[in-house]
Design a protein around this ligand. Structure first.
Ligand code: AMP
Length: 215
């Protein structure tokens, strides 16, 4: 499947993407994970992105489009992909449209996961993420804690609170979402690709997507 997952930070895009990956082997492409990997590795990209990310600002469109152009060319994307956290601005959506047309790639659907802001705020404050870039499992200290505090159940790496998940940065990320990313749903509505699913449970969202795709 070739899907875009839209929704505020904490709406469940990453969790839903991981669940869908298990269905047919389509790959999850998370620009946030790619950027965090670059920051950890200390690459030029990471150095440029770090400040924006810690503040909860968006990284410039030109950097993101450079990453995505390369990523979508890779072999593992050819049978299917789930874009998680991209596009996040109208210029990114427009550039992606050109990129997909150039490479003859057709999207199946764009899913907007709609979750109330107060639920999201609470979720992000209590979220823990596995640091291992090969794993990136997501936990929640209230609803889905790790068996051993601070250790990923799946791979044993540290499961930590992200640097951009302080209350201040979360508030800023949600405002940025409202201003810059929420309009992207309108872009795909005009393209006839948008499907909005309201739900705080990832199982419900995945079932909704499966039903729409007829799988
Ligand atoms: P995420 O893990 O998707 O919440 O992304 C974490 C951070 O990475 C965001 O707050 C942005 O600073 C940056 N980021 C991720 N994806 C994008 C994107 N498509 N455009 C701009 N910045 C991004």
């Amino acid at each position: 499947m070739k899907l875009i997952l839209l929704g505020a930070p904490g709406a469940g895009k990453g969790t839903v993407a991981k669940m869908l990956t298990n269905l047919d082997g389509s790959v999850q492409i998370s620009t946030g994970d790619i950027l965090r990997g670059a920051v950890r590795a200390g690459t030029e990209l990471g150095k440029e992105a770090d400040g924006y990310m810690t503040r909860g600002d968006l990284v410039p469109d030109s950097l993101i489009m450079g990453i995505m152009e390369e990523r979508l060319k890779e072999e593992d994307c050819q049978s299917g992909f789930l874009l998680d956290g991209f596009p996040r601005t109208i210029p990114q959506a427009e550039a992606l449209k050109v990129l997909l047309e150039k490479n003859n790639i057709k999207l199946d659907m764009v899913v907007d996961i709609d979750v109330p802001r107060d639920v999201i705020f609470d979720r992000l404050c209590t979220r823990r993420t596995c640091e291992n870039p090969e794993c990136t499992a997501i936990y929640n200290t209230k609803s889905n804690p790790t068996k051993v505090e601070g250790i990923c159940d799946k791979c044993g790496a540290p499961a930590v609170q992200r640097a951009d998940e302080t209350e201040e940065a979360i508030g800023h990320r949600l405002d940025t979402y409202t201003e810059k990313t929420a309009p992207v749903a309108g872009f795909y509505e005009k393209e006839g690709l948008l499907n909005t699913i309201t739900g705080t449970s990832s199982d419900v969202v995945v079932d909704g997507i499966k039903k729409e795709l007829g799988i």
